[in-house]
Design a protein around this ligand. Structure first.
Ligand SMILES: *[C@@H]1O[C@H](CO)[C@@H](O)[C@H](O)[C@H]1NC(C)=O
Ligand SMILES: *[C@@H]1O[C@H](CO)[C@@H](O)[C@H](O)[C@H]1NC(C)=O
Length: 336
């Protein structure tokens, strides 16, 4: 009998929890979940999830670990590592966090937001291991459970009605075996987890498409402290969003050397604004949540890396620069 494929999910946040939960239904793949700050809660209570798409459940990970050493003591090698850590290259190197668990042939899949998240992984592993850049289009967030009288404590995952993952190799070259291996995992996500996954040759296009919404709404919401819907109804913040979106379109089109094709009808800033207007439930960005909780924000991958690319391609991005400086100041003020 063939042995099961071993998958390690690194990061017990919203997307990590969701991916591990969906794959936990598999009979051909085993899932280990590594989470540092959320370990105690998950160990004692599991992860409570409310999902429009998959129904409500409490996920109790079969194999849960607090450190990478625990994880490798449990399984000597992994076929796949899914990285769902926040991308904070100015604070820690995510590629270093996982390095002990990466063996020959381990495929590394990055589920991190922003631009340029592949670089540290390619530098460390790109010669020997396939590195896959994944972009998830999913509405999932951690939600406080205080409203239940504090009795249950902690948080739960709130997931919407839609999950889609697109992915592509970040290495310059990959083999047919690599492609088959990625296909096998995605087929299992589809079969046992009901997650729609596809493999693309132009993955950076999808990263930039996501960046149009997230690269604009995230930083502006830190200043406005408003939901995405409230911002587009506010004259000055709406204008600011449009200006940032126009800059992201310009950088993206210089980087990919062509027109950014639309997803969800998002072909220009006005279309992106109407897309946000059409989302019913209020969306609070992850950067706003981070800033309210005085946690590090993903300023480098959401703003700094795109600004550096803009500079390289001679594209002016004054709004992005101003937002970047403002967010750095806001973070510095945390300590005071
Ligand atoms: C799932 O949980 C949410 C929040 O508690 C609740 O509103 C919803 O009705 C539940 N759905 C089902 C199918 O039980
Ligand atoms: C990215 O933007 C979409 C659409 O506004 C939103 O659903 C999602 O939560 C955002 N992700 C983050 C990390 O802010």
């Amino acid at each position: 009998m063939e042995s099961k494929s071993r998958v390690l999910v690194v990061g017990g946040g919203a997307i990590g929890g969701l991916l591990a939960w969906r794959l936990s239904h598999s009979t051909t793949h085993t899932v280990s979940l590594l989470c540092r700050s959320t370990y105690n809660q998950i160990k004692s209570h599991g992860i409570p999830i409310t999902s429009l798409q998959y129904g409500n459940a409490t996920y109790h990970p079969e194999s849960l670990h607090r450190t990478i050493d625990d994880a490798i003591a449990h399984a000597t090698s992994f076929d796949y590592i899914l990285v769902t850590l926040k991308a904070l290259p100015n604070i820690y190197d995510s590629s270093e966090v996982i390095s002990k668990a990466v063996g020959p042939g381990t495929m590394i899949l990055l589920f991190q937001n922003g631009i340029g998240v592949e670089e540290p992984f390619l530098k460390r592993f790109g010669k020997g291991n396939p590195v896959v850049s994944c972009v998830s289009f999913v509405s999932v967030c951690k939600e406080n459970r205080e409203e239940e009288g504090g009795r249950l404590g902690g948080w739960r995952l709130r997931h919407g009605g839609f999950t889609m993952v697109v992915a592509g190799f970040a290495n310059e070259q990959h083999t047919n075996e690599d492609l088959q291996k990625l296909h096998n995992l995605f087929a299992e996500f589809q079969r046992s987890g009901g997650i729609d996954c596809s493999i693309k040759s132009d993955i950076q296009v999808y990263r930039w498409q996501k960046q149009i919404l997230n690269g604009s709404t995230n930083p502006v919401s830190v200043l406005s402290r408003l939901s995405c819907q409230e911002m587009v109804r506010h004259k000055r913040y709406r204008r600011m969003l449009e200006d940032v979106m126009a800059e992201i379109f310009a950088v993206a089109e210089s980087v990919i050397k062509g027109k950014l094709p639309g997803t969800n009808g998002i072909v220009d800033p006005p279309a992106a604004i109407s897309y946000i207007e059409g989302i019913e439930a209020p969306v609070y960005t992850s950067m706003l949540e981070d800033s309210l909780n005085k946690r590090h924000m993903e300023t480098e991958v959401i703003l700094k890396n795109p600004i550096d690319l803009a500079e390289k391609h001679g594209v002016a991005v004054p709004h992005m620069r101003a937002l970047y400086e403002s967010l750095l100041k806001i973070e510095q003020a945390y300590e005071k």
